[in-house]
Design a binder for this molecule. Structure first.
Ligand code: HGY
Ligand code: MN
Ligand code: MN
Length: 433
C-alpha cells in the first residue's frame, strides 16, 4: 500500500452530503427521491456531474446503474474512457468497486445510500488531489432502485447487474403508481447502453449507515458487517363483500378489512414468538372502498419478514400464509398472494471482512462484527465477487425517517476506513487473491 496515504477531506464530504440532500429535500431535513422519479433524475444528474468533475469515465447500463471509473496505474490506455467500460474489454484489470444508491423511500433520510456513494467519490477526490492512482481502477457505482419502495423487488439495479434478474423482466415491472421501470428509465433519460449480467468487478465494498440501534447502544464507532439477513416480501389481497356498516349483523359480514387486520397482528406476534433475529412488518395496507360506513370488500397489504436463519424465515412465511388461509376460510373470503422479493441470507467474503476489521482497529475505532438488518446492494454483488460492508452508527437507530442522523465524526471516520480498504484491495499485486 502507498507510503503516504492521501487523506479524506471531511469538510468536503459533509458539504457533498448537504448538497445532494437539497435534491428532493422534504420537511424535517429528509429526502424524497423515489426510484426513477424526477427527483431521482435530478440526483443522478448531480452525481454524474460530480463524477465528471473528478475526471472519472462514466458508464450507464441498461437498468440505469451509473458507474464512474477512476483509472488505475496498471490500467492500460483505454480504461479511462466510457467506451472501454461499456464494452468491458479495456486492457485494465477489473476495478475495485464501491458505491450504493441515491434513491430513497418517501420519508427518507439524507444518509441512507447517499453516504456510500459520496464517500466513494470523496476517496477518488482525495486520491486525485494527492496525484496518486491505485494499481487497479476504482469504480463508484450508483445502483438503480435499491429501496424497492416504488418498484419491487428492492436492490433491483444490483440484482440485474449481477444477472440475478433478467433485464426484460425488470424493465417490465409495474410500480405502485402504474408506470413500468422501462418507461420511467426512458422518461428520465437513464436507460444506458452498457451491458448487464456479467460484471467485471474485482471486489465490492459498501459503506452505509447501520440504520439500527446496535452500534450506538454498544457505544461503538464502526460495524464490520459479516452478511445480510434473508428478506421475504409478499403482497396479499383479501376479497370479501362490501356492505352497510350500520345494518349488517357481525355474523353475516364478509369483512376483508378485519381479516387483514388479524393478519397484521399475527405477523407482529409471530416475530415476538420466534424471537432471535426474526422480524415482521405489515407496512402498507389499502382498503376498498375505504369509507367510514362501508365494510371493506378488499384489503391489499404487504408482509415483510426477515431473519438471518433461512429455515426460520421459510417457516415464518409458511405460517403467515396458513393464517391468511385460515382467516379467509373462517370468514368466507377469497385471498391471493403476489411474491415481491425473496433473498436468502448472504455471508460476505471473510478475507474482505477481516480487512475492514483490520483497518478499523488500525484507526483506533472500537468496532463489532454484526449482520445487516437492512437489504443492501452488497448482498447482490456478493454473487459476482468478494463483497463486504462497513457501518457507521445511526443516532437513535433511526432510518427511513427524515430525522435519520449520523454524527459528522462517524461519517468521516467511516470514509477513512473505506479508503484504506479500497486502496489495500486495489494495490495488491495483480493475480493476488
Ligand atoms: O428494505 C430494505 O432493507 C432496504 O432499505 N431496501
Ligand atoms: Mn440503503
Ligand atoms: Mn433504505
Amino acid at each position: 500500500m502507498m507510503e503516504r496515504l492521501p487523506e479524506i477531506d471531511g469538510a468536503r464530504l459533509l458539504r457533498s452530503l448537504d448538497e445532494l440532500a437539497q435534491v428532493g429535500a422534504i420537511e424535517g431535513g429528509g429526502v424524497c427521491r423515489l426510484a426513477l422519479s424526477d427527483a431521482d433524475r435530478a440526483g443522478r444528474d448531480w452525481t454524474v456531474a460530480r463524477m465528471r468533475a473528478l475526471d472519472m469515465a462514466v458508464s450507464i447500463d441498461a437498468i440505469g446503474n451509473i458507474t464512474g471509473i477512476y483509472a488505475g496505474s496498471d490500467s492500460g490506455t483505454d480504461s479511462g474512457t466510457d467506451s472501454a467500460i461499456d464494452s468491458g474489454t479495456g486492457a485494465a484489470p477489473a476495478p475495485v468497486m464501491t458505491g450504493s444508491h441515491i434513491d430513497t423511500v418517501r420519508t427518507g433520510g439524507r444518509y441512507d445510500g447517499n453516504y456510500g456513494v459520496l464517500a466513494g467519490l470523496e476517496v477518488v477526490a482525495a486520491l486525485r488531489q494527492a496525484g496518486v492512482r491505485t494499481r487497479r481502477p476504482l469504480a463508484v457505482t450508483v445502483f438503480t432502485n435499491e429501496e424497492g419502495a416504488r418498484f419491487q423487488p428492492d436492490m433491483m439495479g444490483s440484482l440485474v447487474y449481477v444477472g440475478g434478474l433478467p433485464l426484460a423482466e425488470a424493465l417490465a415491472t409495474r410500480g405502485i403508481d402504474g408506470a413500468t421501470v422501462g418507461e420511467e428509465l426512458a422518461r428520465i433519460g437513464y436507460q444506458g447502453t452498457a451491458a448487464v449480467g456479467a460484471p467485471r468487478v474485482d471486489s465490492f465494498v459498501e459503506l452505509h449507515i447501520e440504520q439500527g440501534p446496535v452500534l450506538e447502544q454498544q457505544g461503538l464507532r464502526l460495524g464490520v458487517v459479516e452478511g445480510v439477513q434473508g428478506i421475504s416480501w409478499n403482497e396479499y389481497t383479501i376479497e370479501g363483500v362490501s356492505n352497510h356498516a350500520g345494518t349488517t349483523p357481525m355474523a353475516l359480514r364478509r369483512d376483508a378489512g378485519h381479516a387483514a387486520a388479524r393478519v397484521a397482528t399475527f405477523v407482529h406476534d409471530l416475530a415476538l414468538r420466534y424471537g432471535g433475529r426474526q422480524i415482521g412488518t405489515v407496512g402498507a395496507m389499502q382498503f376498498a372502498p375505504n369509507l367510514i360506513n362501508v365494510i371493506p370488500h378488499r384489503a391489499v397489504f404487504t408482509v415483510d419478514l426477515r431473519n438471518t436463519d433461512n429455515a426460520a424465515l421459510r417457516a415464518a412465511e409458511e405460517e403467515v400464509q396458513a393464517f391468511v388461509a385460515q382467516c379467509c376460510e373462517e370468514a368466507g373470503l377469497a385471498w391471493s398472494r403476489r411474491a415481491l422479493a425473496r433473498f436468502a441470507p448472504v455471508a460476505f467474503d471473510c478475507a474482505l471482512v477481516d480487512e475492514v476489521a483490520r483497518h478499523a482497529q488500525a484507526l483506533g475505532l472500537p468496532a463489532m462484527r454484526l449482520p445487516s438488518g437492512a437489504g443492501h446492494d452488497a448482498q447482490m454483488l456478493a454473487r459476482a465477487c468478494p463483497a463486504a460492508m462497513i457501518f457507521v452508527p445511526s443516532v437513535g437507530g433511526l432510518s427511513h425517517n427524515v430525522r435519520e442522523f449520523t454524527r459528522p465524526e462517524d461519517l468521516v471516520d467511516g470514509a477513512r476506513v473505506l479508503m484504506r480498504v479500497l486502496l489495500a484491495r486495489a494495490d495488491r499485486p495483480l493475480g493476488a487473491p
